[in-house]
Design a protein around this ligand. Structure first.
Ligand code: AMP
Ligand code: MG
Length: 338
């Protein structure tokens, strides 16, 4: 399915579920802004004025102009165009620094230098194809985030390497938007950056936000929701971007160890935490790790909770969600304890 149509449908689903779950209605006075950026539909709803929402829109566009892989003159496009050393904007510098630290923390399950492999599968252009084994092995020779060096705003990529912040860009942008809204003393907001949800405070009526989690195996339905106040709720799933060839489904989350879509036993991972950047990075990385490695990773971490949906549809949640996750399937999920 065309990616734009799919994003638009996803947006409508999220809006309808947010409306259902948050109790907002069309007559709500909360100012809301819709922005098309980063290849997706974004929706910002905040107890603030239109001028602040103009600022938010400008901020999203400015970050996109720096982090995009395709926009002419973006920091990332410049880095990828074989410029050996590139001075980048403060946003790119900060986003790359955070991304590299998360690549390291996840043992390379997240690897921002996977970009040439993502391109080879056609996910950047929608010209989908299945690359040959030899082609993938050749491309993987240049996939290794640990060979990227960064000194302040100066980033150096080894020859042949290209990077893509697609796995964290929306979470990073969400953090900056939340920061901006807080600087305007906003106490209640929900931002939906293409399905990445981040919130400030409570709903205007003082109750918690209810953020629904899509059922990855059944379009237009939900496995449950989490009740949160200040939080990021970010999902990576096979249903978000994929194509089918000869009866096989290929999705967009690549295992850097193989160069192929990760077949880890998971079909979606939702990460809940304070930092959008961390949750975005970890949703991608935990998906690549699969259930067992992800559970071990959770036990050695203290900055996130997660909801895992396996290929067979079974749902597992981490311990910290037991009181805030509400199942909508009628089945109580298994719990991963620390
Ligand atoms: P997300 O939707 O946040 O899980 O990010 C997936 C996007 O990040 C893909 O569309 C690719 O552009 C890129 N990507 C895919 N696999 C990886 C990976 N293992 N590490 C880093 N980025 C990846
Ligand atoms: Mg991600």
């Amino acid at each position: 399915m065309n990616r734009f149509i799919r994003n638009a449908i996803l947006f409508l689903i999220i809006i309808s579920v947010l409306t259902a779950c948050t109790g907002q209605s069309g007559s709500s006075k909360t100012p809301t802004r819709t922005v098309f950026a980063m290849d997706t539909v974004m929706n910002i709803s905040a107890e603030t004025d239109e001028a602040t929402l103009d600022e938010v829109t400008g901020l999203i566009r400015s970050i996109e102009a720096r982090l995009s892989t395709t926009a002419d003159g973006s920091d990332i496009a410049q880095l990828n165009s074989a410029a050996p050393d590139t001075h980048v904007s403060p946003w790119t510098s900060e986003a790359v620094r955070e991304a590299l630290s998360l690549c390291e923390r996840t043992g390379g399950a997240l690897d921002i230098s996977i970009y040439p492999v993502v391109k080879a599968w056609g996910f950047t252009t929608d010209a989908h194809r299945v690359p040959g084994e030899g082609e993938l092995q050749g491309l993987l020779e240049n996939v290794d985030y640990s060979r990227i060096s960064q000194a302040e705003d100066l980033i150096s990529l080894p020859a042949g390497m290209q990077i893509d912040l697609g796995s964290i860009a929306k979470g990073y942008t969400g953090d900056r938007v939340i920061e901006l809204l807080r600087s305007h003393d906003v106490r209640s907001a929900v931002i939906d950056l293409g399905g990445n949800i981040q919130t400030i405070g409570t709903k205007p009526d003082g109750s918690e936000w209810h953020i629904a989690i899509a059922n990855p195996l059944m379009p237009d339905s939900y496995i449950g929701y989490v009740k949160v106040t200040d939080a990021a709720v970010i999902t990576s799933g096979t249903y978000q971007r994929f194509f089918e060839q000869d009866g096989v489904v290929y999705h967009h989350i690549i295992d850097p160890a193989t160069g192929c879509p990760a077949r880890s036993g998971l079909t979606s991972v939702t990460v809940v935490g304070l930092s959008g950047t961390t949750c975005d990075a970890l949703s991608t990385a935990l998906f690549v790790m699969g259930p067992d490695r992800a559970a071990a990773f959770y036990r050695e971490s203290d900055d996130f909770e997660a909801v895992f949906v396996k290929d067979d549809g079974t749902v597992t949640i981490t311990e910290g969600l037991t009181d805030i996750y509400v199942s909508m399937t009628g089945i109580t999920p298994d719990v991963i304890r620390r």
